[in-house]
Ligand binder design. Sequence first.
Ligand code: ADP
Ligand code: MG
Length: 352
Amino acid sequence: DPVPERRPVRRLDDATVASVAAGEVITRPADVVVELIENALDAGATRVDVAVAGDGTDRIRVSDDGRGMSRRDAELAVERHTTSKLAPGESVSAAETLGFRGEALASVATVARLELRTNDGGPQGTRVVAEYGPGAARTEPVGRGRGTTVTVRDLFAETPARRESLGTSRTEFARVSDAVSRYALVRPDVALSLTHDGSEVFATPGTGGYDDALLGVYDREIAGRAVEFDSVQGVDSGGGDAELALSGAVVQPSITRARRDHSYVAVDGRPVDNERLGRAVVEGYGDLLPDDRAPIAVVSVSTPDSWVDHNVHPRKRDVRLRAPDDVERAVESAVSDALSTADRRGADDLSM
Ligand code: ADP
Ligand code: MG
């Protein structure tokens, strides 16, 4: 989808704030990474680089080549309930952007030291620092090309209870890596990279190909077994005809995983943890999948306007679908069609 024009950052009115589902609570490094990636994608970035030190509490840095912010917007952005993503009167549920609550940067700044370096294409960039509280503590000009770099340091250093509830460094980094993979796979049009303690963990090229994204995140063997698909399915929901667009890639079931978390499902560009859609992917594999094994697959569903309420999950990790059965069926058949196409192709190859 084309990214909407850049709008100024403004403060949400009280009614809108009240309608926002839950305060955005940052409980672990991966939550920070997700919010910063979403902001970069909402800014129309074609490149997003994520660099993490240790378990992420030391330092997380996310750089993008998106639209950037003016000085005024950058200062406002670290305050509570400020956003450029909802026009006055616009409903939170209808937001087409990944963010809409205007809380993430302020929430992160409350539990860490946050620095923004940003430039919206003007002659000079802006550096804004907020430390252990929302609102800019310092603003100054800085040299930077168009785009934004957000650095978060010393996460939870002043909230020891949060810090103590974290898992091991390994667990927390695994969560970060999983989060970055989700966006890398469902947005193959964006070049996403993850670096850990200075070494690159993975990088995708941003070609738009799901196979290229799988190659970046996984390996050649898995990418080589990926079957891409792109389909439009008409659904008849509540009397009105509508179309669902599905794209993605399924990895042929000669390679499987023990756990479900290698099925990536996105609804309107948002990776979701949706039990029913996850199951629909598995159903699409049918008998091809060995017992107790889970597939590697990426399924991205685009729905008609107002089919999805994004404002239901406190951390926006799931959505409410207007016609979940239709979406489930569409996912299942997109997956099974892709696999049977691959099967036919395989049979043709053998007969040659
Ligand atoms: P939300 O994403 O819900 O609007 P955030 O607190 O995450 O709230 O961000 C506040 C605002 O800061 C955004 O609406 C956007 O205008 C601006 N912003 C944040 N990150 C970026 C970025 N990487 N590039 C451009 N603008 C950004
Ligand atoms: Mg945001």
